[in-house]
Design a protein around this ligand. Structure first.
Ligand code: ADP
Length: 602
């Protein structure tokens, strides 16, 4: 397993930024709420402390006044209040029950108006203590006031009021708020920095997993994510890697199976075309493409009828899908460029794992050669029977006649016996040639293979024919090279080949004609030429001349005792020796048969 870290810039992750944005909002909300609450609490506490301080001072001053000053009209009271106010750093105001100011540490009581309407004074007269925050007309600034009732003999004598300027308190509070705000900003910055690292740590494996999943989906099944932690993210990474391995194995198995199947189908000699239920091509191997003249890669996915364009194949595929059964057939593709193709077709239904019909497959088997061989065999049997029939019928007729006519004159009997002998020779030649052909066609190992100087079989055949040429009134001339012409082969077959060519040249050359036999080496070939001045052969026959039982003029061949197998034997001997035979001839102009055999290499 290859652990490849999927490369992806984590800072580009939308998930990271979404998560972080949530964290930022949460941190800012929390910090601002806490900051506000703390600030308010500090403000409230500071005001409370200031009030309590003022109240204690007011109570203290009230006690002092109660103890030492029975007469509030005494001018020393004013002096005393001013001194205490200065010491306490607090404004002190002493007023009678009716609100008339008797003494004030920071103002002249004579100029001050009646304070009986002040809310803190009204509250002190009613409840013993009164508080308030107001702008002082006397001092022209915001003040915090606390008033305390001064009691004497069970009644209220007057009110002592303490006051401080809010300005000093406010500036202390402002300092405090600045410190709180700075600490909050610092805490937020630290929280956001730590939060970013945490968020990145959480999202990093997910980002890697996303990148790896994207690689998997695009076909790179080797991608894995490193799983370092044991938490849920680590477990997710492990599960992901297991899933990726399984997927890789499955894809590998499927790919291998598909490749094997493609190799099997591609290597088959049969053409294969598979279609789905809608008759669209789902597979076509190269052989089928060749038969049908289409490119398999272009055919896949297209409608079968458009691609195949052969009604028989389309119809058997349709029939197979409609009836869900095998359909066999045979068709001839006449339009094929080289020759007509004969194809055996077998269409079978295609089913899935549950047995549902999902399409059809047709196997196209090229039986052209088979059908051709069958035709050749049929022709051959017919030809052989025909060839045998004539001499056998003749022999039967003659023997019956001789049997029935016991009194037959000796001369006639001799003539009949002569005929019987001719037919027997004919039969013997026929059977001999057939056996030779069978031997040559049966393949390797039948012919011996030794070094032969071709001049030997050539001389042998010429000598053999010399006995009959006089009879025919034909002259035979030879032109044999002086040096040996060595080939690797079977002497007996080579003799027969040369004799057959010479026989034909003599047979098909009228009296007074001429036959030449030439032998020489030319390049890497040994060339044997048999030329005559005989009847010649029209070029229409040249291609078929070497077929078994093919004769240009049947009657003449039979009359001359030909079996129709001579040139066929020549061709097979040539092929068995790795050579070739050709003919040049025109009617009335004579013929030249030329055999080329590869020279034996030293
Ligand atoms: P056959 O026994 O009839 O001679 P071959 O196979 O030897 O059979 O020859 C096939 C046919 O080719 C012959 O029937 C004849 O018509 C023609 N043929 C062969 N050799 C010659 C030749 N030298 N000149 C003219 N025709 C020839």
């Amino acid at each position: 397993m290859t652990a490849i870290v999927a490369s992806r810039n984590p800072l580009r992750s939308r998930f990271l930024w979404k998560l972080y944005a949530g964290l930022v909002v949460l941190v800012l909300l929390t910090a601002s709420t806490i900051g506000m609450l703390v600030t308010r609490q500090f403000t409230d506490d500071a005001l409370d402390a200031a009030r309590r301080d003022l109240e204690s001072k007011a109570i203290l001053v009230a006690d002092v006044l109660d103890a030492h000053h029975d007469d509030w009209s005494d001018p020393r009271l004013l002096k005393r209040v001013t001194e205490i106010g200065a010491k306490l750093r607090t404004r002190l105001t002493v007023m009678r029950r009716d609100g008339t100011v008797v003494a004030d540490s920071e103002g002249d009581p004579a100029t001050m108006d009646n304070h009986g309407d002040r809310p803190e004074v009204i509250a002190a007269l009613e409840n013993g203590v009164g508080r308030g925050t107001r702008r002082s007309e006397t001092l022209g600034s915001d003040l915090l006031y606390v008033a305390v009732a001064v009691k004497k003999d069970g009644g209220v004598e007057g009110v002592v009021r303490t006051a401080v300027e809010l300005g000093a308190l406010e500036s202390r509070l402002a300092e405090l708020r600045t410190i709180i705000a700075a600490s909050t900003v610092l805490a937020v910055a630290v929280a956001l920095a730590i939060g970013f690292l945490v968020v990145r740590r959480i999202t990093a494996p997910l980002i890697r997993m996303t990148a790896a999943a994207e690689s998997l989906s695009s076909g790179d099944y080797g991608r894995r994510v490193p799983s370092s932690s044991k938490d849920e993210v680590g477990q997710l990474a492990d599960s992901f890697n297991r899933m990726a391995s399984q997927l890789e194995n499955r894809v590998r198995t499927i790919t291998n199976d598909r490749n094997k199947l493609a190799a099997i189908l591609g290597g088959m000699v049969e053409g294969i075309v598979a279609v789905d239920r809608e008759k669209r091509v789902i597979h076509m191997n190269a052989v089928a493409g060749g038969f049908l003249g289409v490119s398999p890669s272009l055919a896949v996915g297209k409608p079968g009828a458009d691609i195949i364009r052969i009604d028989e194949i389309s119809s058997i595929l349709r029939q197979t899908i409609d009836d869900a059964r095998e359909v066999k057939g045979e068709l001839v593709l006449a339009r094929h460029p080289r020759r007509s193709l004969i194809l055996e077709t077998l269409a079978s239904p295609l089913r899935d794992g549950e047995g549902n019909l999902i399409g059809a497959v047709v196997v196209l088997h090229d039986v052209t050669e088979l059908r051709h061989l069958e035709a050749v065999r049929r022709d051959f049997v017919a030809n052989v029977s025909h060839e045998l029939k004539t001499p056998i019928t003749t022999i039967r007729g003659i023997s019956e006649t001789m049997f029935e006519d016991a009194e037959m004159p000796t001369k006639t009997r001799h003539r009949f016996v002569q005929k019987l002998q001719n037919q027997a020779i004919r039969l013997s030649d026929l059977v001999g040639d057939l056996l030779t052909l069978a031997r040559l066609e049966s393949g390797d190992g039948v012919l011996s293979s030794s070094l032969i100087d071709l001049r030997e079989p050539v001389r042998y055949s010429v000598n053999a024919i010399l006995g009959v040429v006089d009879e025919h009134g034909v002259r035979v001339e030879t032109d044999i090279q002086k040096r040996p012409v060595m080939v690797l082969g079977d002497e007996q077959s080579l003799r027969q080949m040369i004799s057959n060519l010479l026989d034909n040249a003599v047979k098909y050359t009228p009296k007074g004609g001429q036959v030449w036999l030439r032998l020489h080496a030319n390049g890497n070939d040994a060339v044997i030429e048999v030329q005559d001045t005989g009847v010649g052969i029209d070029s229409v026959h040249h291609d078929r001349l070497f077929e078994r039982f093919y004769r240009v003029d049947r009657a003449r061949s039979r009359e001359l005792g030909g079996t129709g197998l001579g040139l066929s034997i020549v061709k097979h001997v040539c092929l068995a020796h790795g050579g070739e035979v050709s003919v040049e001839s025109e009617p009335g102009q004579g013929s030249t048969f030329r055999v080329r055999l590869p020279l034996a290499t030293a």
